[in-house]
Design a protein around this ligand. Structure first.
Ligand code: URA
Length: 206
């Protein structure tokens, strides 16, 4: 798990990343060779979006389209995410979207715990920079890595979890929805909640 119960990031190596400089962080991520995933992918896929809005969406890791284009969530799942966001009136470019790992795992497999840990200083630096009040884990992998290993996405989605001042609202990964369209109704509920909390965040931090 990346956070302790008080909502503090547990990674000690974070200080080496210049969280106050997004460009430097991106550059540092681009040069990262902390794990072997970098050798098997075309490029490092950093998170993208508005770093000033105090909300983050976190997926698992880049797939083939993301690896080609160098941007998160641009393939089929990403297009569905865009549709869901726009259905609740959230502009994609006005929120920050990232992944646990920034390099595509071979054959789109789930990243291993070691790979996630190796990549976590980058995610931690993104989190430190954005200071989110709400993080939306997209699917089981980020839910377990960010909140609690023992949680199931089916039971957890649509429920709030908090660590200190930080709140998590997990929902299904859009790729899962592509295979299980009967689950879209739940995600619709979740995103209505997300939109509500984003409006509240905007009120507080505007
Ligand atoms: N799935 C993810 O988890 N992240 C992406 O960027 C694309 C697909």
């Amino acid at each position: 798990m990346l956070f302790n119960e008080s909502g503090e990031i547990k990674q000690a190596s974070l200080e080496s990343y210049p969280a106050d400089s997004y460009q430097e962080l991106k550059e540092e991520a681009r040069q990262c060779e902390r794990c072997h995933l970098r050798q098997g992918c075309r490029q490092v896929v950093m998170g993208e979006g508005d770093t000033g809005r105090r909300i983050m969406f976190v997926g698992e890791g880049p797939g083939a389209d993301e690896d080609r284009q160098g941007r998160p969530f641009v393939g089929r799942a990403g297009r569905l995410l865009d549709k869901i966001l726009s259905a609740v009136n959230i502009k994609r470019e006005k929120v920050y979207i990232s992944n646990i790992v920034k390099c595509r795992p071979p054959d789109n497999r789930t990243p291993t715990r070691d790979e996630m840990k190796a990549c976590s200083p980058i995610l931690s630096a993104e989190i430190n920079l954005i200071e989110p009040k709400v993080i939306v884990p997209l699917g089981s992998t980020p839910l377990k890595f960010l909140v609690d290993d023992n949680l199931s996405i089916t039971e957890s989605r649509g429920n709030w979890f908090n660590k200190g001042e930080l709140y998590f609202l997990p929902t299904f990964h859009p790729a899962y929805l592509l295979r299980n369209s009967n689950m879209k109704k739940f995600v619709w509920q979740d995103f209505k909640l997300i939109k509500k909390s984003l409006d509240r965040i905007d009120e507080i931090y505007a």
